[in-house]
Design a protein around this ligand. Structure first.
Ligand code: PEP
Length: 249
């Protein structure tokens, strides 16, 4: 069965709750699509208002992070059951900004992936190499290491339901998109890694996004690649361009 495309906007630390409502109202008519799953991954404080503002549309709301415990003395953190209760469906895990600035390592990300799945959330698990790693020729080794570490103890059935986002760090927010060939090559490599870890059916089912300076002008070519099932979009998700990305055909 053909995989359904999924385009997720990562709003990062942008938009106050009132700005978020305005943006959602502007984007909703532009992202209407029968063929593509659309997600707004919003700051935690915007979740309730955006969940309300997407009612009656097909857009789902995602979070940008979660903690791996259900409740307790973890000041400042947000638990998976809280996200579920608030109407969240997806959660970004392991974005390179969280790996770099907040020192989230693969052992922690593995706990987060398992907690999200246990709670019924769909993880958008991010992986990607630095420019230095690409130049050293270790891109695929690094990405395989990330995927294998982040999915320890995750079942084939669970993996089939999740989304993996390949985001070369050097292409995030830089305006420098990976070439279509580079993006396809790594997304294919990720699918092969899943086939080795699990089986072919699981590899065929998992959705793999490309992320890194996706915009209305390059989405069509990227998403036409056989192993690219959509995009994780930063900068362009805050603008009307997001509608062009969703309706890339
Ligand atoms: C991202 O933050 O996940 C991202 C891909 O950002 P941008 O589209 O701005 O490069």
């Amino acid at each position: 069965m053909a995989r359904r495309k999924i385009v997720a906007g990562n709003w990062k630390m942008n938009m106050t709750p009132s700005e978020a409502v305005k943006l959602t109202e502007e984007l909703n008519p532009l992202v209407a699509s029968d063929d593509v799953d659309v997600v707004y991954c919003v700051p935690a404080i915007d979740i309730t208002t955006v969940v309300e503002a997407v009612k009656g549309t097909k857009v789902a709301v995602g979070a940008q992070n979660l903690y791996f415990e259900d409740k307790g003395a973890y000041t400042g953190e947000i638990a998976a059951p809280m996200l579920v209760d608030a109407g969240v469906k997806y959660v970004i895990i392991g974005h390179s900004e969280r790996r770099e600035y907040f020192k989230e390592d693969d052992a922690m990300l593995n706990k987060k992936v398992k907690k999200a799945l246990e709670a019924g959330l769909i993880p958008i698990l991010c992986c990607g190499e630095s420019l230095e790693q690409r130049e050293m020729g270790v891109t695929m080794d690094w990405i395989r290491f990330q995927i294998k570490s982040d999915l320890v103890g995750v079942t084939a059935e669970q993996v089939a339901s999740l989304v993996i986002a390949y985001e070369p760090i050097w292409a995030i927010g830089t305006g420098k998109t990976a070439t279509t060939e580079q993006a396809q090559e790594v997304c294919k490599g990720i699918r092969e890694c899943i086939a080795e870890m699990y089986d072919q059916a699981t590899a065929e089912a998992v959705r793999i996004q490309y992320g890194g300076s996706v915009n209305g002008g390059n989405a069509a070519e990227l998403f036409a690649q056989p192993d690219i099932d959509g995009g994780l979009v930063g900068g362009a998700s805050l603008k009307a361009d997001f509608g062009k990305i969703v309706n890339y055909k």
